[in-house]
Write a protein of this length. Sequence first.
Lengths: 598, 382
Amino acid sequence: MTKHLRNFCIIAHIDHGKSTLADRLLEETGTVSIREMKEQLLDDLELERQRGITIKARAVVMKFRRGKDEYELNLIDTPGHVDFQYEVSRALACCEGVLLLVDAFQGVEAQTVANAYAAMEHDLHIIPVINKIDLTHARPDEVAEEMMNSLGTDPDDCVRVSAKTGQGVGKLVDAIIEHIPEPPRDTEAVLQAMVFDSNYDDYRGAITYVRVMQGTVRKGQKIRFLRADTTHDVVELGQFTPHRTACDELSAGQVGYLICNIKSLGDVHIGDTISIPGDGAAEPLAGYSRPKRMVYCGLFPSDGQNFSDLREALERLAVNDPSFEFEPETSDALGFGFRCGFLGLLHMEIVQQRLENESDIDLVQTAPNVTYEIVNKRGETVEIHKPQDVPDPGDVEEFRQPIVRCNIIVPTDFIGAVMKLCQERRGIQKSQEYLAAQRAMLTYDIPLAEVVYDLHDKIKSCTRGYGTLDYEIIGYEAADLARLDFLVNGKRVDALSIVCNRADADRRGRAVAKKLKSEIDRHMFEVAVQAAIGSRVIARETVPAMRKNVTAKCYGGDITRKRKLLQKQKEGKKRMKAIGNVEISQKAFMAVLSEDDS
Amino acid sequence: MPSTPRSAYLHVPFCRHRCGYCNFSVVADRDDLIDRFLNAIEIEITQVLAQTPCQQLDTLFIGGGTPTHLNPDQLERLLKTLRQHLPLAENAEWSVEANPEDITSDKLHQLRDAGINRISLGVQSFDDQKLAVLQRSHSGPLAQQVIEATANVIPNVSIDLIFAAPNEDLQRWQSDLQTAVRLPIKHLSTYALTFEKGTQFWNQRQRGTLLPVDESAEIEMYDQSRQMLGEAGFDHYEISNFAQPDHQCRHNMAYWLGNPWYAFGPGAAAFIDHHRNVNHRSTFTYLKRIEQGRSPIDESESITAQQAAREAAAFGARLLQGIDLADIERATGWPIIQELQPTLDQLLEQALIQISNTSICLTERGIHFADTVASELLGETH
Ligand SMILES: Nc1nc2c(ncn2[C@@H]2O[C@H](COP(=O)(O)OP(=O)(O)O)[C@@H](O)[C@H]2O)c(=O)[nH]1
Ligand code: SF4
């Protein structure tokens, strides 16, 4: 009797049916009965369900027999969004094949393309799968052609399924067995395993997800994380069936988990290599890097809310999400809060939403910014995580920003609008391809800052929701950037500084200054609101001085009412933040920060 | 401060119709309630005095609403009730508010004969167009005649004038003031029109159909009043009040100086026994409560010595002669001078007040910022 292994993952755009198909595969292989299938098993976080995004990878083993042959299929779940590009690449590195899943009605979307390219880079065998063929409006033939045009797959190879009815799923299992290569099975070699994911269990500590590349790992043995350079005992190991099921060993080609008494997820690095302690260790696997926070924003508790509550909430989140980081930040304008780093825009939104769902905290968020690089006059390169840290113009030799390659898939009617938008946002067009008669893919290199600022929303709105956008970081480029400050009576309002292109500075400076002016109450003196780059003022607004504050009538009946009114005003004032001699409410800052067209 | 009130206020909540800017506790066109009201007032006065007996009053003020809207019999009954329960000191000031259109020679004699020695006329303007905007039912010429006629019977006449009405300019306001100072009046109150929530004017302003005059025009009109009335021999003694020598409104002075007073009627606010009590604002609820033997008080707040001291400072500062904090300290027993020191320094630095010894008073600039000063003197809730 021979045992066969197949390791694969499913690449799909949101809502094309990845989770449903995973369920059907578990049923088809007898891993889980239909009754147990009531709940979707693979992505179990409530939030992911809400957003339809699988954030954290999971891995499930499906074991079954066909005649004399025993099969073990490992389905590795990949995060669906490109903010988790690195995590996706590590999951792909653990597979020999992928199912490229496309909705028979929607067709190819931007995210599918980005991840398919990644799969090709890893030399994986691709099985094109067209899902939802039960739909009345399904157009599988056209979609097969779109896939050929955009991804180069052969229409004849497409497996057509309905994850809903189960139609075609048996054939899909056949295709997996037939086409995806068997992983190398050198079980005697020195242990070498890839860490592709982790999560945290309150009782057991870090659960490390691994794919064994060569050799064998056994319960009780000592292992070493080569990059982190830490040594641990394997307390337990096993596979997900889909529940955690312990076994004695995992050998070359197999996928499973290790529990090693690790107290913090921060000690488990995705992409790290596990081997043995000492000199005889295997080579570290290629492609390792530390997660890089590309988007930062300040999070502050809103008025009257507790700083330490926010800290606790952030700590709780970070336990399960090592790619999210935060450190205390103090702002004159917003008080005590945290500067938080995220992998990307979506990651930021997810974290915020979790914070709001899981704790009862109202947040004030500063405008997100990307991670910049600055070469100063001394030739040093520094990473910048918040606009306030940008040195004055005199000390900046070169200002660099991250550039992303965007794939945008749009119905052809909207090509013009999207191209115009991308050009406005300093995009450089790389290519334009027709996927089908009605659909095209535009590829642009665009500063990430523009995507973070509003490109994503704008593409959605100028394509009536049909356009999809995906991007990956391709590197840093020098640009004509500057720190734009806002001052009230000559004092900088730290929370409002932004980095922007010099060409946009006038427009954005004027808009924010105007908005800020409208939010500042009149004072006993005139208040000047300015936008400035360095010492150069580019916009100025004035809040005129209050000329009177007196109510005419004040008799017996008015005294109580009037006293309450005056005291309320006074208390409102006490909560205000003082920028120099100017008092500004947090509400005013929030209004300025949430301004769309600033 | 004396703990037995020497002042009393009575609120008569009836008007012919409700003016577009008015947010007083008033019912318009419900004369059927007047008799119930007269019953209720008598009950309320009796009950309050049973708790806090009245020795003698120095001032009694009948306000509204429009007290003169009552017919002669009703008015007679009201005056009788007051005389019967509220003993007046010799030289006491007894005022009544009146609208020009209600004034007849008979009514004037009725009021005088009952003992009323001061009358406050709701003139608002002598300009027919402005009166129409304000929805007042008298004409400019009638107002002038009424003032003359009133002064012949009750010489201590005060009038109210509104400025900064929609469409009003400085010239129109000057002519109102000119007319006023030529007439036999002893006292004048001027108010910039305000837009209060819940009034017709408020809604119209929200909709943009009524435009308030701009701030600088309003300031100009106010300053003009001070100048012209000053020249005509009227002393500007409180933010909105002007009087000929010895004709300040003693009743209102009691409010500003923080002295206690009784108050009766719907929405009336009293300051008795270290409590600020406010009656229910609805005339209907007020009547119902009294008729059911319940208290009409809707809100009651006890005032600590500190609060009393700070209020006396804040509201006293509205008087242009200023206020002596040492007096307040003596009356309340609260060390207000020391407590307010930092606040006073700040107000002084902002050129809002002047200080001499323990007295403070508003500067020229401070007069325009009386609420800022009051707010600082009140401090936060304690
Ligand atoms: N009609 C039909 N609906 C499907 C099929 N597969 C998935 N769906 C539906 O498509 C939606 C998205 O599916 P889901 O598996 O959550 O997508 P995921 O975001 O890729 O994981 C759900 O409402 C599914 O019920 C299918 O084959 N046919
Ligand atoms: S007459 Fe006076 S109290 Fe009556 S509604 Fe008009 S403004 Fe108000």
